[in-house]
Design a protein around this ligand. Structure first.
Ligand SMILES: C[S@@+](CC[C@H](N)C(=O)[O-])C[C@H]1O[C@@H](n2cnc3c(N)ncnc32)[C@H](O)[C@@H]1O
Ligand code: SF4
Length: 468
């Protein structure tokens, strides 16, 4: 049996990728959740969340995500939930609210919750001073108990992160650091209003390693104005010279109806879909040639990195933080706009920072919407999450967990799977279905077979991204 995660994933040719895009690209969900956001409703509020936490008796360690929305300056491509501010009193009020939310959430569990993973995202968590950020971490540690070997990671903007930040984070057990780079070309940087030199980046990564960070991740974006194969090659060559442990390469998501500031990039012209694909293929080839493992189309990891090892073993997990090596069932999420993920429900916090603070001040929680999962939802979520993370469907495990006959329950889905087997992107054996090397690019399409809300979702949103 050829598994997609045996290194042969690297052998797929650039022409083959183009052919797969031609054959399979359609619009569809990313499946960071199932059911996906169009199904979520305002019926799920803070009261529902209280019950979900109170009834969560599974003792397994969970993941914890904390959102810090602040940034000093807006990058014009940014699609994250950010709040640009210079006001320290707003920041202080936010930190007080976060503390209150932490205490409320932890207090609702019947026993002190254990953590396998603690992650900070944003915005820019290191917009906070080392003292402020250290205070948040201490408050999390006072309310949650990290298990030995728990992963601690943080997203930073290297432009505002100091050596003092790095040392403080290391002293509190953070081992992984992820930094936004996007592109090193000067014209691209000036256009998107995010300037940072290769020398500064090289120095920053060296500092992070010197203070003891074990895993350094860099984020890049292709599809920005003025990116050409020539400029992108220079950026990619510089990144390879820096040799991060992991890379996330995102296609630029242009969503001006949600992020109006992105509109100002249109006057410079955005790369066409064909140009975007060429940029994606170009860096994929370069990273693979430089010794990285390709995980799907957009993640790369050195063979020594945990992510590459988990990928080979078939034990990658997927949640709102993206791919992770920690197989946690549940994720508590704190802070404005964050999304919690539990066997019983998804819960989404207030999107607006001022309203989030007000709601926490008055209620202790700030849920505005979510979804309570039925048994059928949970069953389908399990199939989809495993497929997206590990590129296989193993009926025996699903049957054992959910007490169903896979063949009977998913009779029509199995017929659909066969079409993908016939096209050479899925392989069937006694244990189940495994994506072939080509199939790793098509998992979103395959996951759509198991999405029983897809048709109604399509009516609600025409704005899904392309599946490959
Ligand atoms: C919260 S930011 C990273 C941390 C920090 N604020 C920074 O910019 O360095 C997370 C990542 O999301 C990605 N991102 C932001 N907006 C995006 C967009 N419109 N399309 C694709 N990726 C985007 C960027 O690669 C960015 O590094
Ligand atoms: S890319 Fe990072 S620094 Fe720039 S606005 Fe978005 S979150 Fe802030």
């Amino acid at each position: 049996m050829i598994k997609p995660h045996d290194g042969s994933a690297m052998d797929i040719s650039d022409e083959k990728i183009r052919e797969l895009v031609e054959r399979f690209s359609t619009r569809g969900p990313r499946y960071t959740s199932y059911p996906t956001a169009p199904q979520w409703t305002e019926k799920v509020d803070s009261n529902v969340y209280r019950e979900v936490l109170h009834n969560h008796t599974d003792p397994s360690p969970i993941a914890l995500y904390t959102h810090i929305p602040f940034c000093a300056k807006l990058c014009l491509y940014c699609a994250c939930n950010v709040r640009i501010t210079g006001k320290q009193d707003l920041v202080e009020r936010y930190l007080d609210a976060l503390k209150r939310e932490t205490e409320t959430v932890a207090g609702l569990f019947q026993t002190r919750p254990k953590l396998a993973q603690m992650h900070f995202g944003g915005g820019t968590p290191t917009f906070l001073t080392p003292d402020q950020l250290g205070g948040v971490i201490d408050s999390l540690d006072a309310n949650f108990e990290s298990i030995p070997g728990a992963e601690r990671s943080i997203e930073v903007d290297p432009r505002v992160t100091t050596v003092e930040h790095l040392e403080m984070l290391r002293s509190k057990g953070f081992q992984r650091i992820s930094m936004g780079v996007q592109d090193l070309d000067e014209q691209v940087q000036v256009t998107v209003k995010r300037e940072y030199s290769e020398e500064q980046l090289t120095q920053f990564v060296a500092d992070a390693r010197r203070v003891g960070f074990e895993g350094v991740n860099l984020d890049l974006i292709y599809g920005l104005p003025f990116q050409t194969e020539k400029t992108w090659k220079r950026t990619v060559d510089s990144i390879i010279a820096i040799r991060p442990d992991r890379l996330a390469v995102f296609g630029y998501a242009h969503v001006p109806w949600m992020k109006p500031h992105q509109k100002s990039l249109e006057k410079f012209g955005l790369p066409s879909p064909e140009e975007r694909l060429s940029l994606a293929i170009q860096c994929r080839r370069a990273f693979i040639d430089a010794g990285y493992f390709a995980i799907g189309l957009d993640h790369f990891a050195l063979p020594s990195d945990d992510m590459a090892i988990a990928f080979q073993k078939g034990t990658i997990h997927r949640n709102f933080m993206g791919y992770t090596v920690q197989d946690t069932e549940s994720m508590v999420a704190l802070g404005v706009s964050s999304i919690g993920d539990f066997p019983a429900a998804y819960v989404h916090n207030q999107m607006n920072t001022d309203k989030y603070i007000e709601q926490i001040e008055s209620e202790g929680l700030a849920i505005t919407q979510g979804h309570q999962l039925s048994k059928e939802d949970r069953l389908r979520r399990r199939v989809i999450v495993r497929l997206m993370g590990n590129f296989h469907i193993l009926p025996a495990k699903i049957e054992q967990e959910f007490g169903i006959s896979f063949e009977e329950h998913f009779a029509s889905e199995i017929l659909e799977l066969q079409k993908y087997v016939d096209q050479g992107v899925l392989r069937r054996d006694d244990s189940g279905w495994h994506a072939t090397v080509e199939g790793t690019f098509v998992v979103r399409n395959i996951a759509m077979i198991f999405d029983r809300y897809l048709e109604t979702d399509r009516e609600k949103t025409e704005r899904y991204s392309r599946t490959i």
